[in-house]
Write a protein that binds this ligand. Structure first.
Ligand SMILES: [Zn+2]
Length: 271
């Protein structure tokens, strides 16, 4: 299996495209699922509302708070509640508290949450939660806990992960000449004039979205095939941890699963 970085971009989140070759759809899907489900993050799980005069009802407010990506310096300093020494009752190893107290009129942002842990903060401080009007108050306590996307999608460290077969051109040159095809791909990937290929940009094929268009426009002389042994793999974080960390943690989690499967199996067969 070979992996190469095709595209990388960092704005408020990190986004990358990789080309993964010599593999199978099942294997890349396993990586996709591991990124969604096996990397722990910290999210608000419990909200105690003392005062809420805003038009937004309590449940909606709690739901919005739960979806705020939280950035943690080192997620390993926390323990998943189920595995914590406290037995999941809640302690400083498996919980972080935050307070929010706002008097209107004011817009309430993620940065208004005051966490009682120096290493925890919202990934996007200017994320709008709600608005508190004139003579209205909002006072609440939120409890964030580490968790996995396996349990609830809010714990995913990524917002979008997807893959498709690596596009590949299949050109029937004789047919091109015979039919004197003239065609220019709007993405600038291939240009044909009077049956002759005048330009072809193989490097940009991974981003080709024309699919059936080539075949239709060139009377079947150029076809775009999607390989099933090489893939274009996209991943984008939700800001809660760096992309490299998300990937490495997903791979470690997969490795750990396979290792424990192997150990179990060895015990069972007495070897
Ligand atoms: Zn605990």
């Amino acid at each position: 299996m070979r992996v190469s970085l095709y595209d990388y971009e960092k704005r408020d989140v990190e986004r990358a495209t990789f080309i993964i070759e010599d593999t199978s759809p099942e294997f890349v899907n396993t990586i996709r699922r591991a990124l969604y489900t096996l990397v722990p993050t910290l999210r608000i799980e419990e909200v105690i509302i003392y005062e809420n005069d805003t038009p937004m009802y309590d449940e909606m407010l709690a739901h919005r708070l739960g979806l705020i990506p939280l950035k943690v310096d080192d997620i390993d300093q926390f323990e998943l509640p189920d595995l914590c020494d406290c037995g999941g009752k809640g302690c400083e190893k498996c919980q972080v508290r935050a307070e929010l107290e706002v008097e209107g009129p004011k817009k309430v942002y993620a940065k208004d949450l005051e966490f009682d842990h120096p290493d925890v903060e919202p990934a996007f401080p200017d994320m709008l939660i709600t608005e508190v009007g004139e003579e209205q108050r909002l006072r609440l306590e939120a409890i964030a806990v580490p968790g996995l996307g396996l349990e609830h999608a809010k714990w995913k460290p990524v917002s979008a992960v997807g893959y498709k077969g690596l596009p590949e051109l299949e050109i029937d040159e004789e047919k091109l000449k015979e039919k004197k095809i003239t065609y220019e791909c709007p993405q600038g990937i291939i240009k044909v004039k009077d049956g002759e290929i005048v330009h072809i940009d193989e490097d940009r094929l991974p981003e080709c979205r024309m699919y059936k268009e080539y075949e239709r426009a060139t009377d079947g002389a150029i076809k775009l095939k999607l390989r099933d042994d090489a893939f274009v793999f996209n991943v984008e974080t939700d800001g809660s941890m760096p992309l490299e960390e998300v990937l490495m943690r997903a791979f470690d989690a997969l490795e750990h699963k396979l290792k424990s499967l192997r150990e179990n199996l060895e015990e069972e067969v007495g070897e």
